[in-house]
Design a protein around this ligand. Sequence first.
Ligand code: MG
Length: 380
Amino acid sequence: MSLVFPVQLCCVPIASTLEETGQMNNRQARGERGNILVVDDIPDNLDLLCSLLSRKGFSVAVADSGVTALQMIEENVPDLILLDICMPQMDGYEVCQALKNNPFTKDIPVIFISALDEVLDKVKAFRVGGVDYITKPFHMAEVLARVNSHIAIHQLQRQLEEQNELLRQEIRDRLAAETALQVANQELQRLAHMDGLTQVANRRNFDSTLAQEWRRLAREQQYLSLILCDVDFFKRYNDTYGHQVGDDCLRNIASSISTALKRPSDLVARYGGEEFAVILPNTPLQGATHVAREIQAAVRTLGMTHSGSSVSKFVTLSIGISSVIPLAKFSPMSLVAAADRALYRAKLEGRDRICAEEVHYRVKDEIVLDDSDDLELSNE
Ligand SMILES: [Mg+2]
């Protein structure tokens, strides 16, 4: 039959695992020194140890068998256990092993108190997880010294673990904040490189991408092409339909150009008011001309009525194309200048058409446009 000493005599309830931290703080506030569970099948031993430890400021609970002890620990986890070895039904070794196998109780320090004095008994006590061993008959001073020592170690370990958990939480918080910052920065970068009205790349993005592709393709000695598109009679369009409809028109055109581009490396940008630019890396003039025709067809498919246009009932584009194998010592502006001249010619020759020029370099770092290679591609 199990025997538990009356709580009011010398025992107080022991802190539960979940409330350990808070109760530990409360305990410290009350000046209590820790919760101890004493397990022994001899009532006199229980009485003696309980009285001694209680007088020294510990909260003590007692159990007269291993089974009772395990039941009590399920309810309240002590800071330390004084555990007898020789007990009927379940000996101290088995109790200790059961505690060490349970993640909720494995860290409770267990001090064995036993009449067994053989080295092998002591070795076994440590092997099953005990932190100390006191031989019966025990001296009260020794029990107190060892209990004080292990309570202090256990409490320091818990404080350390709490501080570690705080640090881990701080690291998690910082990582989360860092990730949020990265996401915000990416969004900021995206917005900084995007045209607010048309949601395609803005001029700054165009300039940096062109410079980057210029350098890359100069290294690889591959073609770089540029398309400049201008909406025909756009001022008249705005005057006729109003600026809001004009903005819609630009958005639709930007979307159509984006749809006409098939490769991830191609970039469409709003170059100016009603001008769009398309960077086509690794693309010679022939490929760029094909893309320009696709863009022209896509805008025509939109079927946006333009009563103010002198060239069509619908919104149309004038398109200039230039193409070159870049040389690092020249500026990419040579390519832009050639596309701009081609665009100017497309307008001059009646709009709603595609004109192209290839850039040619001359010695002494000068850039010339060879007029003999001009190419006009009318869509009529
Ligand atoms: Mg015993």
